[in-house]
Design a protein around this ligand. Sequence first.
Ligand SMILES: *Cc1c(COP(=O)(O)O)cnc(C)c1O
Length: 421
Amino acid sequence: MNSPVWHPYAHLKTQQRMPKVVGGHGAHFTLENGDTLLDATCSWWCMIHGYRHPRLVEAIRDQAERLCHVMLGGLSHDPAEQLALELVRISPPGLEHVFFSDSGSVGMEVAMKMAVQYHHLLGKPEKHRLLSLMKAYHGDTLGCMAVCDPEEGMHALFADALPRHHFAPAPRAGFEASQEEVQADLDALRRVLERHHREIAALLMEPLLQAAGGLNMTSPHYLRGARALCDEFDVLLIFDEVATGFGRTGRMFAAEHAGVTPDILVLSKGLTGGYLGHAATLATSRVHDAFVGDSALHAFMHGPTFMGNPLACRVALESLAVFEEEDYLARIDLLNRVLRQELLLDTGLRDHPEVADVRVLGATAVVEVKGGAALHGVADFARRHGVWLRPFGRWLYTMPAYITREDEVRRITAVMKDWFR
Ligand SMILES: *Cc1c(COP(=O)(O)O)cnc(C)c1O
């Protein structure tokens, strides 16, 4: 019988039967037929501790015995209070208020709504549009789709149904680019702001790593320049660190590479170590305090049913404790060195005629090919070699769990290289 499960991003006519996963341990998961696969993607980048981490499992179990859920409207509880304090402690200085929600997309919706209402409350209701970047991906809900790359993104079909926002070119200068090389990107951003700032509430970006839009790696200078432009034009700066947060770029948050504090920061994916869906939208006191006032309009009208879910908050707290106690940043550094050594220093891959570029940042590596056809069949090839890779478009990438051992990472990179042999 055909399964009634409708799978994400699947082409229904050509999709193959989806293998069932029955369990997992460390960087591997196990299929129904007994095969184990080394997960090179840590399940869409969220399972940073790998599968069945004993401390995370125990945290959920313990919390389940006390309180699985209660509404956050009019009530509070320790896991939410403690997690908010922890997020304020570890995030860039100045972010002091935490709004919880249940997924990255909703966390971004909250951020965008907050930015528009902020300007409204300060007497600038005309600032109600957003400025995003080409190659951006911010989620699949309607509001998020409107700020994803309108051409290469996956939502072009909906263009006429979405609100119109502004877009600046995707930054071209890479992570290691000099200030001078970044200037052209910042000039392009300035031109859009000069023309449209009167109606722009916020600039939003995935700092340093535009992930699902093509793993475009950009420079800390760009973040600093964007911060300065936002201040100049009275535009809020929103960092979508749903993918980059919790170590993926080599620091806890990508913003730290630049010493920049955004006005609003969105976290999800790695927040709970992937063990439950949750998100947090952090704001500075400048943003928060604009909502302190007498009129009914001052309330922020948003409240996802599962915001601050105790199980999710509790496992997020445990995830953070493990991250710090087991010095994950040092592990990420090791993963980075292995990825560089295998994919960059060994130049065989970069010189391959089908390969356009190879990039590594933190615990992320991508092989960009010239045409998507060059990746046709690579997922099956990897699976035959015991590795779970899931390329999209022209990008074959790995974002391993941080607990992935050195020899396991070399297995992943070997499969990536062998595909091109
Ligand atoms: C995954 C992702 C989102 C959307 O998060 P969901 O939890 O899938 O809704 C938003 N922004 C970025 C940068 C992401 O990588």
